[in-house]
Design a protein around this ligand. Sequence first.
Ligand code: FAD
Ligand code: DLZ
Ligand code: SF4
Length: 507
Amino acid sequence: MKTLRFVLGDQLDRNIAALQDLDPERDVVVGAEVQEEATYVKHHKQKIVFLFSAMRHFFAKLAEEGVTVEYYEIGAHRSFATALRAAVKTHKPKKIVVTEPGEWRVLEDMRTWHQLTGVPVEIRDDDRFFADHADFRRFAEGRKELRMEFFYRELRKRTGILMDEDGKPVGGEWNYDSENRKSLPKRFTVPGRPEFPPDEITQEVMELVEDRFGDHFGTLHAFNWPVTREGALEALDAFVTTFLPTFGDYQDAMAVGEPTLFHGLVSPLINAGLLSPKEVVAAVEEAWERGDVPLNAAEGFIRQVLGWREFIRGVYWLKMPQYRDTNALNAKRPLPEFYWTGKTKMRCMSEAIEQTRDYAYAHHIQRLMVTGNFALLAGISPEEIEEWYLIVYADAYEWVELPNVHGMAIFADGGVFASKPYAASGAYIDRMSNYCRACDYKVKVKEGEDACPFNYLYWNFLMENEDRLRKNRRVGMIYRTLDKMSDDKKHAITQSSREFLDEICGV
Ligand code: FAD
Ligand code: DLZ
Ligand code: SF4
């Protein structure tokens, strides 16, 4: 029976569910660059170049294998649905097979494809993940609070990853988080990354992206993402060999002019299918078994992929579609213009935003404790800040972006999985970076013109959200400090916050 297998741009894995029983003699594999996907938000130019180029390489390789490929370049079709209809008309398949998409919006669309084409559509589970939806539902059932740590332990036990033979976690602890928070020494060097100069295909895509999506955020001059399976494996190998040994210690650190430090830079590659999360975790575990990397590095990294990545996906599919509509802290301020330009005197913010513009990348602590923390403290509307995160990173897809922003960074879900908002004053950023030494603001000053805005916005946030947060067990302590503050000091905080927010947001 002739089957049409539709593979999306973030499913570029030769073993993706929809291709597992591919009959190269009879079937046709379809891929499509479509206007709707490229513009439903105005993705960073690097994200589109990365994905279109990776798609073109992936489908060309399938064709080299002798598979019949129908690949539509951008311009041919507006949407997945129109591309699919055209492919059905040309190839007249008896059946369509797809892998479930990463986003709710696309799943809803997919569910109409049978009616649209008149051909039965089989939607297969995406088995690239360690856990499926049922696993997470079972985990969540009956729990008042969802915590990553417990899901992570379940997956460790089930997979045997970093487990002793007697069923105990290696090293005796489940989690070495407390050994992942060193600040950087005064002098340190970050090794060079492998280079992936744009080949002919990537160059062509770069031109068309400038031409068609020239008004999108971001620059292309520093584009250095691998766009093939071979390139992705080279990047993984370089990470494990050169960066992973130091990753554990400095996972939460930040430094001026150092956009990537010792991080993996693998999320766009994993999310698009060029690397499988299972092989990435295996490579890291093997490096630890060989004695090449310390346990705090291996566990710290594996916790991110086996723990956070799986857990975040679970939350997304458990809670969607209502999840994105909550606004627990009633945050309404518009996104300040400097999120697009980087033009702000706050050095931590300008560093994070400018590197995001140039590399479509910022690491976790920059996303959470700099741009995310600022949005939380300033009360930026969830819709606006979520769209920003979905636009600006090469790894951004709603399934992973939304819980990270809505739940973790801005607490708009009211604490579905975070026990308290990740709110922090300038002292945290000062401890974890050298940004403050290079900033026009003074991190030790609490209010007034020279004061670090994170300082007064922190207390202002607690005052603005007192009704909601005072009863939170983990925040309650901080309110006791606030209770001891003089009225004059509180007034000065409110005044500084009002003037600052008025200037940057207009409210
Ligand atoms: P490393 O620091 O080397 O970490 C290793 C891997 O762990 C990552 O590649 C990623 O696959 C996984 N990982 C780590 N933390 C998380 C997490 N919280 N959720 C899911 N996976 C995680 N990640 C995305 O892939 N797409 C997003 O759109 C995204 N948006 C985020 C928004 C906010 C506000 C925050 C706080 C985090 C977000 N993350 C997102 C998670 C994390 O910041 C990125 O995965 C990470 O920075 C990618 O860089 P890396 O590969 O160098 O990661
Ligand atoms: C992100 C993206 C972009 C920019 N363009 C395409 C595209 O043209 N064709 C495609 O198949 N996929 C694209 N993607 C990825 C999809 O948006 C992604 O598959 C869905 O969001 C589901 O995760
Ligand atoms: Fe950021 Fe405040 Fe430090 Fe400046 S002083 S870098 S605004 S935390």
